[in-house]
Write a protein that binds this ligand. Structure first.
Ligand code: CA
Length: 501
């Protein structure tokens, strides 16, 4: 470790390029470097390389598990109630963002792909972003010069735009920030035409709680509208028949032919089998996982393209490469698809960072980290001050194994319920072992002992053995609300808040 500071000092500018690769709804369970609960669903050799040659964060979480809020938090380093995006509000681009700070300090900045913050990007010299959620096939882009549709598959196209930016700026002598933000693997999991159907149905292990009955937990959980059984649509989501799938109208004839080729025989066999009950859920789960993981395969290949480009151009030595996703996702756990809950699978965010000479290969970070920490980390890496309004902490001490006093708990707040997915608004606190959740419309609480119950199947909130833990976590929750300036409301006020659409 003594070698590291001198290596850092040997870089005259000391300011790294930053390549931020951000997927949409990419769960830890679908990144082989995590081996999360040993499910081994797929292999992601290129994403894994970032961890092998750099660091992997084993306990990284979001502050609010949906797309727009997570993106606003990443840019600002602040919780949702302070950056103004608690649900789908238009992002106020006049506020502080790390991209603006880097740009003001001389960085060339670009963002490509999914943005999903309604207002036009600020703090970027170049931007081409999807309208809203974006599309997989022949994606549309909003640009300062007007709208464009680019033929091809969104993950490839967004990578092409990012690589073009890197190649154009590598000779300038100025450091750059590029945010390469994929639409994939967001619903409706449209694989590239070259990948669809490559894996066999039936090859994905089911989670032990695929047929969760939601007993032993608070009432809001069972009211969900995000079950693979009742809410995942055969046509719109699962391409039975392909002509009714979500993006059919925007695909070309050649793309239609490829999808017919991949899906039609299998769809015919499925319809003939006339599956019901658990057999039907199992089939839907397999089709869902295969499409989702095919989208992930394409991301992983494109991450490989980015790493190869950096290496070939010699930029890899002074470039911070980050891979993350705006939040996690349920891959059948609790019988679900989608996100939103404070339960582990959607609360967790993958985070892998590589910066040779500064981060030792194979670094494992176990501390509790959160997306409020991203902005201060990038500022610190660039040697820039972190403004006092930023609520997160720079991850640099953890990345470089410096001694540092670290937080012992995380705050979470989901504001968008119940909505289309039937997830009640809630907030909570997580420590290394426990999680306390409050669904405030119902005045309902849950407490989980993650060491004994990692899958969160049984709340111990009313268990007398946990009286002390419960009191400590309740106090911790109030402390975090004060720390992050999230008002502590009365039960009556919380009910009023929860009634807001
Ligand atoms: Ca998302």
């Amino acid at each position: 470790m003594a070698l590291l500071p001198s290596l850092a000092a040997a870089e005259p500018s000391g300011r790294p390029n930053i390549v931020f690769i951000f997927a949409d709804d990419h769960a830890l369970q679908a990144i082989s470097a995590y081996n999360f609960r040993g499910r081994s669903l797929n292999q992601t050799p290129n994403i894994d390389r970032i961890a092998k040659e750099g660091a992997i964060f084993r306990n990284n979480f979001c502050a609010n598990s949906i797309c727009s809020p997570s993106r606003a938090t990443v840019l600002t380093g602040k919780h949702s109630h302070l950056n103004g995006v608690t649900t789908w509000e238009k992002f106020d681009g006049s506020q502080f963002t790390f991209a603006k700070a880097l740009q003001a300090a001389g960085y060339r900045t670009g963002i490509f792909g999914k943005w999903h913050l309604t207002s036009e990007p600020t703090g970027f010299d170049e931007w081409m972003v999807h309208p809203g959620q974006g599309s997989y096939h022949n994606p549309d882009f909003i640009t300062p010069q007007g709208n464009r549709r680019i033929p091809g598959y969104a993950t490839d196209v967004t990578t092409d735009l990012s690589l073009d930016f890197i190649k154009r700026h590598k000779e300038e002598g100025q450091p750059f920030l590029v945010m390469c933000q994929y639409k994939a693997p967001h619903r409706t999991w449209q694989p590239p035409t070259g990948e669809a159907g490559r894996r066999a149905l039936g090859s994905f292990a089911e989670p032990p709680n695929l047929f969760d009955t939601y007993e032993g937990r608070s009432k809001p959980v069972a009211r969900h509208l995000m079950g693979i059984d009742r809410h995942m649509k055969l046509d719109y989501d699962l391409k039975v028949p392909v002509e009714k799938s979500n993006e059919w109208a925007r695909m070309t004839e050649i793309q239609h032919e490829a999808y017919h080729h991949f899906y039609d025989d299998e769809n015919r066999a499925f319809l003939e089998a006339n599956l019901t009950g658990k057999d039907l859920v199992r089939w839907k789960y397999q089709r869902y996982l295969r499409d989702y993981l095919s989208c992930v395969d394409s991301i992983d290949s494109n991450v490989g393209r980015i790493l190869a480009c950096l290496k070939e151009s010699g930029l890899d030595r002074n470039t911070l490469v980050v891979y993350s996703s705006d939040q996690g996702f349920y891959l059948g756990e609790h019988g679900w698809f989608d996100k939103r809950w404070m339960y582990e699978e959607s609360f967790r965010m993958p985070l892998l960072i590589r910066w040779p000479g500064h981060i030792e290969a194979g670094t494992e970070v176990g501390q509790l980290t959160q997306n409020i920490d991203f902005a201060p980390t990038f500022l610190a890496a660039a040697g820039l001050p972190v403004p006092p309004e930023v609520q997160g902490l720079s991850l640099m001490p953890l990345l470089t194994k410096q001694p540092v006093a670290w937080r012992d708990a995380l705050y979470y707040h989901y504001y968008d319920g119940p909505g289309e997915h039937g997830v009640a608004k809630h907030y909570g606190v997580r420590t290394d072992r426990y999680k306390l959740i409050r669904f405030y419309a119902d005045d309902a609480w849950e407490l989980y002992d993650l060491e004994k119950d990692p899958e969160e199947m049984h709340s111990v909130y009313d268990d007398p053995a946990y009286t002390t833990v419960r009191a400590e976590l309740t106090a911790k929750l109030d402390e975090l609300k004060k720390q992050y300036a999230n008002p502590i409301l009365t039960v009556a006020d919380e009910k009023k808040l929860s009634a807001k659409p």
